[in-house]
Design a protein around this ligand. Structure first.
Ligand SMILES: [Zn+2]
Length: 270
């Protein structure tokens, strides 16, 4: 395939991702409010006019309308095109990484779930159960499509992902007598364990902690809010999971060793 063809293909995948991202914006806005993500059609929150399809094109419409409602001029957040661009970029990246393969479809699904979860967590400091809980069986089902993963590893990932963070959360609460980590993170990690398998759990927690520290410490210094500044952990777990998935084959020697150790433990139980 020529360079031009690859660029055109990636651009097409980016557009597909941006369209999906446009739907994710609806999910991010409506799921915490308990509203349907299907009906009614998107309306301007200010003047309540139904937004026409040609005013609702991902990224393009926001730029052409300069981030304002076409009817009343009320400003629309720059986050809408950013979520669309982010989803498009993730779709293109995973297509570039895995090509025409079922792994690409799984990574798109996971990316879409994680973008939605991350922005809801940023807005409301919650990870909605309506995404993370169904995400566990969906991830288990998807694990059959990943050639490097067995269903046993996916099952163990659910138990390990849920179990480790639950232990940390309960331990933290017991030590400090205050809630440090939400149970939403526990269910999210169980979902990630389902999608990516048991060997992914520790690398994801490790990477998310590094990223969380790298972002959290400067934020605390700037805000001088002290130790009580609540930064949601969900977006870091989400980012770490996508980084892990992108580099999974490069992490493989470690993952294989770790997976074998777990498999040995698993088999020794039965
Ligand atoms: Zn309006």
């Amino acid at each position: 395939m020529s360079i031009q063809q690859i660029v055109i293909l990636l651009a097409g995948v980016f557009v597909l991702g941006a369209v999906i991202g446009s739907f994710l914006n609806v999910c991010i806005y409506r799921i915490p409010a308990g509203e349907s993500v299907v009906t009614p059609r998107s309306r301007c929150p200010h003047c309540l006019t139904t937004i026409r399809w040609y005013h609702n094109l991902p990224i393009v419409s926001w730029i052409l309308l300069r981030g304002r409602c076409a009817y009343c001029g009320a400003p629309f957040s720059i986050r809408y095109p950013l979520v669309e661009a982010l989803t498009g970029a993730l779709f293109a990246l995973f297509f570039y990484r895995f090509g025409v393969h079922q792994v690409t479809l799984v990574s798109w699904l996971l990316a879409a779930l994680l973008v939605t979860i991350s922005f809801i967590d940023l807005d409301h400091q919650i990870i909605p159960d309506v995404i993370s809980l169904p995400g566990i069986p969906v991830g288990f089902f998807c694990s059959f499509a990943l050639p490097w993963l067995s269903w046993q590893s996916s099952l163990l990932g659910i138990l390990l992902g849920g179990g480790i963070l639950l232990a940390i959360a309960l331990g933290y609460e017991w030590l400090t007598k205050q809630e440090g980590m939400g149970l939403g993170d526990v269910k999210l990690l169980a979902m990630l364990g389902a999608f990516l398998g048991a060997p992914a759990i520790l690398p994801i927690i490790f990477l998310a902690s590094i990223m969380g520290t790298a972002v959290g410490v400067p934020l605390m210094l700037i805000k001088r809010a002290g130790r009580k500044l609540a930064i949601p952990f969900g977006p870091f777990l989400a980012g770490a999971a996508l980084v892990y998935l992108f580099f999974v084959e490069r992490l493989d020697p470690l993952a294989r060793w770790y997976g074998q150790a777990l498999a040995f433990w698993w088999h020794s139980l039965f």
